[in-house]
Design a binder for this molecule. Structure first.
Ligand code: ATP
Length: 296
């Protein structure tokens, strides 16, 4: 993967940052090898200053014109709030995040940030403002320090350590024989899914974006790890505008607002309590998860 991007190296820090975001997002969305056709408009401008309010305004989208994937999706994430998107597989959850990152342009409607249409914003400045914690983080064959620092290549060692502490990785790293200089990745130390997600959280904390996209791992975590990730997620979402593709009870419950996406449509929205009272699709999913948890 690194080799793939090697020619970009000389272009410096800016490209390194964009490349990191792209690497994670491509992995997150399975987009490796796909062509990106989105170009900045000649008159594109930088992102408005944060904090950022996100709005999807009657968004329709189709990867293939013959098969629409999103239909009239309207939602708002006020600055500093957390929106969790839930729903069955294939409902369009990841597509929302892809559109927000502008891997594709909407087919109908608009996505706005502080009222500004995404299509007016320079992509580099948009991606600079968004931090992504993907399900499966790419680790490079380098030190753990380098892997965290990737969130902000000019960060000092102390800043990397502070981010690792906040992501509850510091004690784990300190206990390794080579500490922060331990090599990780395919040819180094293998990290567990939970540890990798924590590296991604540390990277994001270091990057300090005003918008956070968190793609929660679907794979089962033991309850202690789940609790730890939940705590770190809340810390990472603090003061940011967060869009969470959620799979777990604990994450969903704590969101300011929950949207249920089915077949590309918002079929329910509200707080956890409101949706339970509604006794519809969300309440059904909730009962199912409780049951699974009790059995598991
Ligand atoms: P999951 O929970 O399984 O990740 P999801 O709710 O995130 O699912 P999306 O990944 O957004 O769902 O996919 C929504 C629909 O769009 C699916 O029917 C999927 O097959 C389709 N789709 C996703 N990516 C592409 C693509 N690159 N080209 C064509 N169709 C796609």
């Amino acid at each position: 993967l690194i080799q793939l991007y090697a020619p970009l190296n000389f272009l410096g820090v800016l490209y390194r940052e964009i490349r990191q975001a792209l690497t994670d997002i491509e992995r997150m969305f399975g987009l490796l090898g796909t062509e990106r056709e989105i170009r900045d408009r000649a008159d594109a401008i930088d992102m408005p200053a944060g904090p950022h309010t996100l709005r999807f305004e009657a968004v329709g989208f189709a990867y293939d014109a013959r098969r629409p994937v999103l239909h009239e999706v309207s939602l708002e994430v006020p600055a500093g709030h957390t929106l969790a998107v839930v729903g069955h597989s294939g409902g369009g959850k990841s597509t929302l995040a892809r559109l927000l990152f502008r891997f594709y342009d909407v087919t109908v409607g608009a996505i706005t940030i502080n009222g500004m249409d995404l299509r007016q914003i320079r992509q580099a400045s948009l991606r600079q403002a968004i931090g992504i914690v993907p399900q499966d983080t790419v680790l490079f064959n380098d030190t753990i320090l380098y892997n965290i620092q990737y969130g902000r290549p000019d960060a000092r060692r102390e800043e990397v350590i502070a981010a690792a502490r906040a992501a509850q990785l510091h004690d784990f790293i300190s206990a390794l024989p080579d500490g922060y200089d331990t090599k990780v990745g395919e040819r180094g130390l293998k990290l567990s899914g939970g540890e990798k997600q924590r590296v991604a959280i540390a990277r994001t904390l270091l990057k300090n974006p005003s918008i956070l996209i968190f793609d929660e791992a679907t794979s089962a975590l033991d309850s202690r790890t789940e609790q730890a990730i939940q705590t770190q997620l809340e810390a990472a979402a603090q003061g940011r505008t967060a869009l969470i593709i959620a799979h777990r009870l604990s994450t969903v419950m704590n969101a300011d607002q929950i949207v249920v996406l089915e077949g590309g449509r918002v079929i329910e929205r509200g707080s956890h309590t409101e949706l339970l009272a509604l006794d519809g699709a969300y309440a059904g999913m909730w009962r199912l998860q409780l049951q699974e948890r009790a059995e598991g």
